[in-house]
Ligand binder design. Structure first.
Ligand code: FES
Ligand code: FES
Length: 314
């Protein structure tokens, strides 16, 4: 079934719609209890509400005003000043289309248009009518060698083209419906050691994950990187193989779908620092040579300046 023909189901309702008024009240009261009731708590309260509901529902703001010193005027002023705050419901899944320099030059605008077209999202809108996806441009996802890159929730897709957009969205939804990736974020915590998980279930193997495993082991040995490689069985993302998942302390877990063996060193080096001087020198030299000879987009002055984080492009 294509994305266009999917019917809305209970599963895709926005969190706020699923919850009754009393549940909203309980959630807001808990947030106020944590953040405080004074006017200087406006930003933490709005951030917590947005995290909970993925936007700022009016009933939640009214409850804040009813239980704190904060006035609706304060809330609206801050919410309209900072672009991080949403006043409209967000979709079930967040699609970040990288429009950093490398991705832009490799076709990100066409990918963005293909995604919004596939989802039937019109000009001035960012969410499809069924509330499945909210699409936005971001500045850099920090994996420029995969350009053009798209991140849907925690899954990163590299080398996306206009033609691969329907397949990418379908594959993501199939994984999401199977609950794939749900354990990833939960597993990322500050005390757990860093690890790279590689799927070696039958679909992963058929998709080429043995080549990915070889490239991974070679990269780790070559650059003396201190990370554990864990082989995992099927995690329900069979349509997105071969895949790698990176879980490192202090950062959200990241899943890379449809990985190519030649992309493995860059994916690893984007997250981990080589453990020895020799490893760092080799990594720097490899990247310099790659930029010099193989990646024409990186010759653009300042291209590297935009890397290293995910920021809204508008
Ligand atoms: S410019 Fe797109 S990942 Fe860096
Ligand atoms: S076999 Fe690898 S995700 Fe299913």
């Amino acid at each position: 079934m294509s994305i266009k023909h999917r019917k809305r189901s209970e599963k895709w309702d926005t969190p706020h719609n699923c919850r009754g008024a009393s549940q909203t009240v309980d959630m807001v009261d808990a947030i106020v209890g944590r953040c405080g009731r004074r006017r200087d708590a406006v930003i933490p309260i709005l951030q917590a509400i947005q995290k909970q509901f993925r936007y700022l529902p009016e009933p939640a703001l009214e409850r804040v005003c009813a239980t704190t010193e904060i006035k609706m005027h304060d809330l609206h002023s801050v919410a309209t000043f900072f672009p991080q705050f949403r006043r409209r419901p967000a979709g079930q899944h967040s699609v970040c289309v990288c429009d950093g320099t490398a991705c832009h030059l490799k076709g990100a605008p066409a990918v963005f248009d293909a995604i919004t077209g596939e989802l039937g999202i019109g000009a001035g809108e960012d969410t499809d009518k069924d509330g499945l996806f909210t699409v936005q441009k971001v500045r850099c996802l920090g994996c420029c060698t995969l350009a053009p890159a798209v991140q849907i929730d925690s899954v990163t897709y590299g080398h996306v083209s206009r033609g691969s957009v329907p397949e990418m969205l379908e594959a993501f939804l199939k994984g999401a419906e199977a609950g794939a990736g749900a354990g990833a974020a939960a597993a990322a915590n500050d005390s757990a050691p860093a690890e790279i998980r590689i799927g070696l279930g039958s679909c992963c193997v058929a998709g080429g994950s043995e080549r990915i495993r070889g490239a991974l082991e070679e990269t780790i040995a070559r650059y003396n990187i201190d990370v554990r490689v864990k082989h995992v069985s099927c995690v329900g993302m069979c349509h997105q193989t071969p895949m790698m998942e990176i879980v490192a302390p202090g950062m959200p877990a990241k899943i890379f779908a449809k990985v190519r063996a030649e992309d493995v060193p860059d994916i690893v080096l984007d997250t981990f620092t080589p453990g020895t001087t020799g490893g760092r020198v080799r990594a720097a030299a490899a990247r310099w040579l790659e930029h010099l000879y193989t990646d024409d987009v990186m010759r653009v002055p300042g291209a590297g300046d935009v890397c290293g984080g995910c920021h809204r492009a508008d």
